[in-house]
Write a protein that binds this ligand. Structure first.
Ligand code: SF4
Length: 259
């Protein structure tokens, strides 16, 4: 008998089981969030049901505002003018975990994190293992919804601007992303947004370089591979750290070279 897997029901159940964090809506920690595929579709559905077309166009065209507390990062475009979340019921796991004391501890002070939970002395039984379990669960739900992984794109999540780029940037031509775009189209009719799209990410240029890198690796051309990886690092230093790690390991493994 055929079974039907409802990824969104599982995602909702996971979200509902998370401990509440006393967010005071300061907005300072709401940097552009990372979402797995299933979380992005969940958010899109929410937007489609709760926002008018003009409101969605305004969201899409919101200017990128540097996040004062996170140099090199930008505030989330889904905040309203007071810094409050406009998609609160549909926000992602990364948003929901912000403010838990364990996230503060896990950050190793590499970046400022919200300390609401700590300041309120929340007695939450949330450990690093618990957070790891949530991440595994949301990853598994997303992969069961659609296997969002294909070499050479070592991705399991994208930030919100990159998701909009996948949906709307005609310069992105890789077959993997075209497939993703078509999948998103079955969930959400976004054609009306296309004329208003502003490219904030340069994702198309990054993907072209990643393609060059992997093409050079396959062709066993170390100089071209190193040159492409160096350009990724120099021109797009914030390209996914997991990708950069895999790229470096590929260079070592194939050519015994460092970028
Ligand atoms: S989606 Fe909402 S909670 Fe998450 S970063 Fe944006 S404004 Fe903050």
């Amino acid at each position: 008998m055929a079974t039907w897997y409802n990824a969104f029901a599982d995602l909702k159940a996971l979200y509902q089981a998370l401990p509440p964090v006393p967010c005071e809506g300061c907005g300072s920690y709401c940097v552009t969030p990372h979402l797995t595929l299933v979380e992005f579709v969940y958010l899109l559905r929410y937007l489609g049901e709760n926002f008018s077309r003009p409101e969605m166009i305004t969201l899409l065209q919101a200017p990128m505002v540097p996040a004062a507390r996170f140099p090199g990062n930008f505030l989330c475009p889904l905040q309203d003018q007071k810094g409050l979340c406009r998609v609160y019921p549909a926000r992602s796991l990364s948003c929901r975990a912000e403010g838990l004391p364990v996230i503060d501890a896990m950050s190793g002070r590499m970046a400022p994190v919200c300390r609401q939970g700590k300041q309120k002395q929340l007695d939450l039984e949330v450990t690093e293992m618990t957070v790891g379990d949530w991440l595994n669960r949301v990853g598994a739900i997303s992969m069961a919804y659609h296997a969002f992984y294909e070499e050479p794109y070592f991705l399991n999540a994208l930030n919100i601007e990159c998701w909009f780029a996948v949906m709307l940037d005609p310069k992105i031509r890789q077959p993997f992303f075209i497939k993703l775009r078509n999948l998103l189209r079955t969930e959400f009719n976004f054609e009306f947004l296309a004329p208003y799209y502003l490219d904030h990410t340069d994702l198309a240029a990054q993907l072209d370089l990643i393609d060059k890198f992997f093409h050079a690796c396959r062709q066993k051309r170390p100089r071209q591979a190193v040159a492409a990886m160096r350009r990724v690092i120099a021109e797009f230093p914030r390209t996914g750290s997991y990708y950069q790690h895999e790229g470096r390991e590929s260079l070592k493994h194939l050519f015994h070279l460092e970028p």
